[in-house]
Design a protein around this ligand. Sequence first.
Ligand code: SF4
Length: 264
Amino acid sequence: MHFPHALETVLQTLERIRDESVNRPCASRSALEALDRIAPARGMENIQEPKSDVVAARDQHAVEKLASVNERVCACVKCPNLASSRTQTVFGVGNPEADLMFVGEAPGADEDAQGEPFVGRAGQLLTRIIKAMGFAREEVYIANILKCRPDTPGTSYGNRPPTPREMQTCRPYLMEQIDIIRPKVIVALGAVAVEGLLGTRAPMRELRGRWDSFNGTPLMVTYHPAYLLRNQSPSEKRKVWEDMMRVLERLEKPISEKQRNYFL
Ligand code: SF4
């Protein structure tokens, strides 16, 4: 219950006791003075309104700014081979004010077809991970370093990782997304995403499970869900889940016993 409504309820109850009971309620002078100071603001119902307006305005602002970046991405032909082979650009999806942002490497065939990141089998696993963390997919933000599917000349199927040059060319769009969303934590999915974000190249066994920083934002590195599809070993899945629990702790989200014992 909001405070103004709670106050209103208290006042109504006191009035009822006064009118109906033999034992009239009594209050100290200082309590009455304190209530008096607040009471004019029985119109305090409005206190919640400006806050909501501010949040809504910020949300709207972020939506508009992201839409403006997306417009430029849609028209982008900086990588001519990718611009000519893509079905569409894949900008990003989710809450423009998300506390948690996932960054992968590049759209694959499914994402290129649907225009949304992480919608194939790996994406479905990522969605399961997000839900197990206690979020809806719409509550977080998901994007890739590259906004176009890396081309696979001569074949219409299969995916390839983006080249360092492609990542460098497309990275400014991601930087803008992060600047607008201002997440509290970024999760880099896989070694290519780490390379795109931090410029660091290293085996995943050295990178994952530790905190890095991306321009001051805490960044957790974990395996790409596609790796977990290839490697079904429970110990590898558990590692990812432990990384996600570190993220929840960093976000100060309570972790239930069920979550602690969870295996992907
Ligand atoms: S990958 Fe990025 S930089 Fe290259 S054409 Fe697509 S949107 Fe432009």
